[in-house]
Every structure is written in C-alpha cells, then in structure tokens.
Design a protein around this ligand. Structure first.
Ligand SMILES: Nc1nc2c(c(=O)[nH]1)N(C=O)[C@@H](CNc1ccc(C(=O)N[C@@H](CCC(=O)O)C(=O)O)cc1)CN2
Ligand SMILES: Nc1ncnc2c1ncn2[C@@H]1O[C@H](COP(=O)(O)OP(=O)(O)OP(=O)(O)O)[C@@H](O)[C@H]1O
Length: 196
C-alpha cells in the first residue's frame, strides 16, 4: 500500500480494502480485537468509554461494548450535531435505547442532550480509522469530526484524558501518512494483529 497518494485517494483505497474483507475475516478480526482490549489496562480501568457502531467495513468493537456493559461501565456513542453541522457529541447509551440514522446513514442513539457529555469527561475513546501509520497519525472518513471534538488536546498537551485509541484492521496500516495541522495524535492503535 503506497502512502504517497493524496489523502482522498488513500482514503478511497483503504476503504475499499476494509470493505473487501469477508464476513469470516471480519468475525475473526473482531474477536481478536476483543481479546486484546479485554486485557488492556486502559480498557479495564476506564469507566467512561466511547465506542462506535461499525460501518463501511470498520473493525467491529460491539463485543467490547457488550463486555463493558456487563462490567457496568458507562458506554457512549458519537452523535452528529444538527448545529453546528460540523459538531459531534458523545451520548451515553441507556437501557431500551432508541435509535436514529445520521445524515451518512450510520445508526446512532436518538439525540438526548441530557445524556451527552463533554469530550474531556470520557476516559477512553475508541476511534474508527480509515488508515494509520506507526507514528500514530490517523486518516478518518474526512469529516474532521473526531479532530474537532478533540482539538482542545492540541492546546493542552499535558491533558491525558481521554485516551484516544484508534481501532483498525491490519490492512489499514500505511508506511507514513501525511500529517495535517489539525490532526489530533492518537495514544495508540489496536488492530486484529497487535498494538502500535
Ligand atoms: N462507525 C462510525 N461512526 C461515525 C464515524 C465513523 O467514522 N465511523 N464518524 C467519524 O467521523 C462520524 C461520521 N463521519 C462520517 C464522515 C464522512 C462520511 C462520508 O463521507 N460518507 C459518504 C459520502 C458523503 C455522503 O453520503 O454525503 C461515503 O460513504 O462516501 C461518513 C461518515 C460519526 N460516526
Ligand atoms: N479543529 C478543527 N477546526 C476546524 N476544522 C477542522 C478541525 N479539524 C479538522 N478540520 C477540518 O475537517 C476536514 C477533514 O479533516 P480530515 O481529512 O483530517 O478528516 P479525518 O480526520 O479523516 O476525519 P474524522 O476526524 O471525521 O475521522 C479538514 O478539511 C479540516 O479543514
């Protein structure tokens, strides 16, 4: 996989690669991801964790969400804001949760501001990646939603909360991603094959 391609071209290639994975490969990857994170101190210690609902071939953290609920952790999902349209909040999941689709067709909890928290209240955020490199640079879907939600971390480098862990299939690693000024570096990346 070349990383000299432009961001949009690279995004397209990598999205195709993850969508091309078979159901059996997806299943295995999700299981391996769960096994790794279930023993990770960052997962075990965190009480407030943001997940995502897998879409577009993303590695699926649903098993971890189930595990976290069993441990009585507070689980959150991203919810796109209507205003500003570039905003994204994290909303806590509740029993009997009602759902809606966002403007990209991704399922999310029905908006309820009382259950939304400030990004810095979370202890661990599991981010969906389109691509990553060994330096912790990430490529997302291109909306800049996660970058904006955690932009404050670039001003407060000492802030450790929340930890940002990118999740990806191993086939999404590239040698080097072009760094954009607004990119918020990750604390780590976890794939079905290991940690970075
Ligand atoms: N599972 C999951 N949930 C998530 C994200 C994600 O990456 N994965 N997001 C992370 O930011 C946010 C949604 N961000 C997105 C940004 C751009 C496109 C996108 O470009 N979609 C279309 C094209 C545009 C359109 O339909 O109008 C596409 O699939 O090509 C989708 C989601 C919030 N929820
Ligand atoms: N902190 C910010 N303030 C304003 N605009 C931003 C900020 N961060 C990113 N953006 C804008 O968002 C757009 C998308 O950024 P980028 O291509 O890095 O998205 P991404 O990281 O792939 O997506 P995502 O964060 O949703 O996973 C860029 O054009 C950039 O201008």
């Amino acid at each position: 996989m070349t990383s000299s391609a432009s961001r949009p071209a690279l995004r397209k290639q990598l999205r195709q690669a993850r969508r091309a994975l078979s159901r059996a490969q997806q299943h295995k990857a999700a299981e391996r991801l769960k096994r790794q994170l279930a023993q990770d101190i960052r997962f075990l210690r965190a009480r407030h964790i943001a997940f995502y609902l897998a879409n577009d071939g993303e590695i699926d953290p649903a098993r971890l969400l189930q595990l976290a609920s069993r441990y009585r952790k507070h689980c959150y999902l991203p919810v796109l804001q209507r205003w500003p349209a570039t905003g994204m909040a994290f909303q806590r999941l509740v029993k009997g949760q009602r759902w809606q689709r966002n403007r990209f067709g991704i399922c999310e909890p029905r908006t309820d501001r009382r259950r939304q928290v400030k990004a810095w209240r979370l202890q661990l955020v599991l981010l969906p990646l389109v691509g990553f490199d060994s330096a912790g640079n990430r490529l997302g879907m291109g909306g800049g939603f996660y970058d904006r939600a955690f932009a404050y971390r670039r001003r407060q480098r000492h802030t450790v909360r929340p930890r940002l862990l990118g999740l990806a299939h191993q086939c999404q690693q590239v040698p080097q991603l072009p760094f954009a000024g607004w990119d918020v570096p990750l604390d780590g990346v976890i794939t079905d094959r290991g940690c970075y």
